[in-house]
Design a protein around this ligand. Sequence first.
Ligand code: AMP
Ligand code: MG
Length: 328
Amino acid sequence: MIDHNNQEIQFAIAAVRRASRLVAEIQDELVSPALTKDDRSPVTVADFASQALVARLLQDAFPDDPLVGEEDAAALRTDGANLERVTGFVQRYVKGADSASVCAWIDRGAAEPARRFWTLDPIDGTKGFLRGDQYAVALALVVDGSVQLGVLGCPRLSEACRPDYTGPGTLVVAVRGEGTWMSPLTGDAPFQRLFASRQDDPAGARLLRSFEAGHTNVSQLDEFAERLGVRAEPVRMDSQAKYAVLASGHGELMVRLLSPSKPDYREKIWDQAAGSLVIQEAGGSVTDLDGVALDFTAGRTLAGNRGVLASNTRLHAAALKALNAVGA
Ligand code: AMP
Ligand code: MG
């Protein structure tokens, strides 16, 4: 069970619920079909507002804990128009917030990982956010390199984390040793436990794929699926919402291959910490492409790992073998 009296859990759930609602408001108000293709300002505003809010709430709850977030406020300080918009949105949740304090809260997220730290992706899946599709707010607590708590706020995910339709939003909470649980993002419905799928036939493996071709190696992913004998339709989705779908048993495999345009890319810890615990506590497995456990002690990236393989556990060994066979 989730211990709702635990202060870390209370803080993480409250912070992700609020940040998710804030970014959903920004998506509703600023993302429209009229947006030109290279106008990224809605996601800029949402990214900064989300990090400011979570950092401020962390400051209240655990003033000594470092926050390793994706953003810092350097660019925002010189961008008056967006700073004003960010401050306006943060004021909806923090009365009296001004632009100087908003920047200072954002900069709290520029910390380096320590023995105990929180890591935040204020909006994971920025391209999905701009398309009006899936995205997530991801927050995790890491202690001695081990993810203890992972929370994903997925404002457009369906109630049951089903990938085939959008919904009013889901909150997914994983606590080490206590399982993975979900609840609607808004309201106070009880949490339900999530379990990864029991599928052990590769033919039935639903592959969770990025929407963005540039984040992976598309042709190698196709070769991998063929080598493994996958016949099921893949699921295309942005962000760590995919990890919530896998943890709920609506998909079996998720592979982050190295993009040919960025062979030296290393995963960022805020893109993997919360999602990896969500999958593991639901009975799934997460390693890198070589079968090595993710190492959260190497700084802001997973410098010691190559790519990511997440599975329902039953298909993990076969997937690693197929990855090896296609040279991934
Ligand atoms: P997805 O929504 O699954 O396509 O992944 C979104 C994440 O991909 C973002 O959090 C980015 O940090 C990350 N990303 C950006 N560039 C790359 C890249 N070249 N290779 C892998 N991931 C990337
Ligand atoms: Mg991200």
